[in-house]
Design a protein around this ligand. Structure first.
Ligand code: PLP
Length: 389
């Protein structure tokens, strides 16, 4: 198998796994229990919090552990919307956010919030003029993702943070797809709230965090005991938190070198594809991107069919299409970037990671050449010139 879908999920780093094992098998106490067995678990959670805080560049008290990037996004958005001090109901976001943010915005609209969905340019970069002019006296939150999951496109979040700060508006960024891929400390982005998730950076599934800058007022979404500074009730996933901290530290430590390696592999992929297949487009290529992601559109072929064709050849990749209903819709991200629906439907995402080697790229390009040629023959669309790279 060649796995080129690291934006969907990653393998568990064996070092994170090793760190978790004792808390699954031996030290399985409840961190809230008052005796020594519970205290051991509590100490592990707090050590993990310190470790994550150091990587993020914040204080341990500013880290809230949660169960997923989705939950972290929900806590940020609903938390601000329902905060006691929120002085309005207007939220500003972009048209290209992950559904964890978009569908939460839609849910908040049903509860009376007004949401502005900012447009992006052809490369998926948010329109800063539209952002500045969208802000109003009743704006309670700006939420703009750091890196896009489909194209890898990176938004100017530091610039947005500066605007938000001047206007006194809380700013959330979904850094699920940038954390551990870009070396910069998350607190350094300048946002008040930052979401990131374990299983995207070689940590365990079911682990994530929300960075909440000191002084940012949010309401809890899950109520119960006073866990996680009263912001996320529920007995802590001790082993998951320990593994998350280990994986986060390791991912950020290696981000610079691994980023250079992955970018070279992605350039190899895009270079070979462009020279071997006609009528192909690299979506969002002129914008800054995280180094591991490539989103390609092939004219005249459907992305789903390419994914299936590659799967038969042992290669895992994905489309940008949301296919929850079995009826693939063109990607909302690519449509927002101005791609016509048929081009958006022909798109496929390769996301490289730690397992990816040069040979994997070469094998994938050969498989892609065959698959696209076959599909174009069937649909009698223009064929590629032939010949493998
Ligand atoms: N935000 C972005 C940008 C994502 O790519 C994802 C997952 O793909 C999420 C949020 C949700 O993260 P999780 O799978 O941890 O719920």
């Amino acid at each position: 198998m060649i796995y080129l879908d690291h934006n969907a999920t990653t393998s568990l780093d064996p070092r994170a796994f090793e760190a978790m094992v004792p808390y699954l098998c031996e030290r399985w106490g409840n961190p809230s229990s008052p005796y020594r067995f519970g205290n051991e678990a509590r100490a592990a959670v707090e050590r993990a919090r310190e470790r994550v805080a150091e990587v993020v560049g914040c204080k341990p008290a500013e880290i809230v552990f949660c169960s997923s990037g989705t939950e972290s996004d929900n806590l940020a958005l609903r938390g601000v919307a329902h905060a006691p001090r929120s002085r309005g109901n207007h939220i500003v976001t972009t048209a290209i956010e992950h559904h964890a943010v978009l569908n939460t915005c839609k849910a908040l609209e049903k509860q009376g919030c007004r949401v502005t969905y900012l447009p992006v340019d052809r490369d998926g970069v948010v329109d800063m003029v539209a952002l500045a002019s969208s802000l109003a006296a009743d704006t309670i939150l700006i939420t703009v993702m750091h890196a896009n999951n489909e194209t890898g496109g990176v938004q100017p979040v530091e610039e947005i943070a500066a605007i938000a700060r001047t206007r006194g508006i809380p700013f959330h960024t979904d850094a699920v797809q940038s954390a551990g891929k870009l070396p910069q400390q998350l607190a350094g982005l300048g946002a008040d709230l930052v979401s990131f998730s374990g299983h995207k950076l070689y940590g365990p599934k079911g682990s994530a965090a929300l960075y909440v800058r000191h002084g940012t007022v949010i309401a809890p979404v899950i109520t119960g005991g006073g866990h996680e500074h009263g912001l996320r009730a529920g007995t802590e996933n001790v082993a998951g938190i320990v593994g998350f901290a280990e994986a986060t530290a390791l991912a950020f430590e290696g981000a610079e070198a691994e980023g250079r390696r992955l970018q070279a592999l992605r350039d190899r992929l895009e270079g070979q594809v462009r020279s071997a297949i006609r009528k192909v487009k690299v979506n969002g290529a002129r914008a800054p991107r995280v180094p591991n992601t490539s989103n390609l559109s092939f004219e005249g072929v459907d992305g789903e069919s390419i994914v299936l064709g590659l799967d038969v050849r042992g290669i895992c990749a994905s489309t940008g299409s949301a296919c929850a209903t079995g009826d693939p819709e063109p990607s909302h991200v690519l449509l927002a970037m101005g791609l016509p629906a048929r081009e958006a439907q022909g798109s496929i995402r390769f996301s490289l990671g730690r397992e990816t080697r040069e040979e994997d790229i070469d094998v994938t390009v050969r498989a892609l050449v065959d698959t696209v040629a076959q599909l174009r023959r069937i649909s009698s669309a223009p064929d590629e010139p032939g010949g493998h790279p």
